[in-house]
Design a protein around this ligand. Structure first.
Ligand code: GLN
Length: 236
């Protein structure tokens, strides 16, 4: 898996180092066309408003397409960019993960701190720097790590977002988790697609009437109509 780290601004080099320590092939992404070469992307911490300015409309559109299709991990400002809803102030972004995030939510006194949280039920160090807070987690979004009562690492399928900076701790678990989960989520989607293709082909070759009959018995309730089949094939 070739992993890109968005390298427009902020804390990208620490992510690169950590991923390389874990033997990943890393590409520092500075131009939109580099998104075509990678299988997954890390959007680092920094200043989410500055990221948006540097990306521009075209960069943002290209990044939106990427994030919809491929595994992405946003940390801190990256988490803010992935959220569907941003407060303090309101800000548009990639709208990829159904969460509400409040920027700079910890106020001035503790705007940066190192705290202990829990990752998959085990203790883990978390570095927070002018961190956002995840105030709402939408349906289907799993909470993977918490600090106190707050969700601080969440995931839906191939999209992962953390309000802290795992690249600044010595612990490598989170950077190990991302490619593992990302490729699982990715594989299971392509497996689903292949299963649907196989059923579709069987229906066509068996000569029986009715895509609906065969696909009706599918375990995947969405796969019922020729239109869904087109979508699964990526033609629509
Ligand atoms: N406060 C920053 C923002 O609003 C995020 C801080 C960070 O990435 N460490 O974008």
């Amino acid at each position: 898996m070739k992993i890109g780290v968005l390298a427009l601004q902020g804390d990208f080099d620490a992510h690169r180092r950590r991923l390389e320590e874990l033997s990943a092939e890393v590409v520092l992404v500075k131009k939109p066309e580099q998104l075509n070469e990678i299988d997954g992307l890390v959007i680092p911490g920094g200043e989410s408003g500055t990221f948006l300015k540097l990306l521009g409309e075209e960069g943002l559109a290209k990044l939106k397409d990427f994030v919809r299709a491929k595994p992405t991990f946003g940390t801190c400002a990256g988490c803010i960019l992935l959220a569907t809803e941003v407060e303090n102030p309101k800000q548009a972004g990639l709208g990829a993960l159904d969460i509400t995030v409040r920027r700079n939510a910890y106020g001035r006194q503790i705007d940066s701190s190192i705290r202990e949280g829990r990752f998959l039920d085990d203790p883990i160090e978390m570095v927070f720097i002018r961190a956002p807070k995840i105030e709402r987690v939408g349906p289907g979004v799993e909470v993977i790590a918490t600090e106190g009562k707050d969700p601080v690492l969440v995931r839906k399928g191939k999209t992962l977002a953390a309000t802290f900076h795992p690249e600044l701790s010595d612990d490598r678990r989170i950077h190990q988790y991302f490619p593992e989960k990302a490729s699982e989520a990715h594989e299971s989607r392509s497996e689903q697609r292949q299963r649907a293709r196989f059923r579709y082909r069987r229906t066509l070759t068996s000569g029986k009437s009715g895509i609906h009959t065969t696909l009706g018995s599918s375990t995947n309730a969405e796969v019922r109509t020729p239109r869904s089949i087109q979508l699964l094939h990526g033609h629509a």
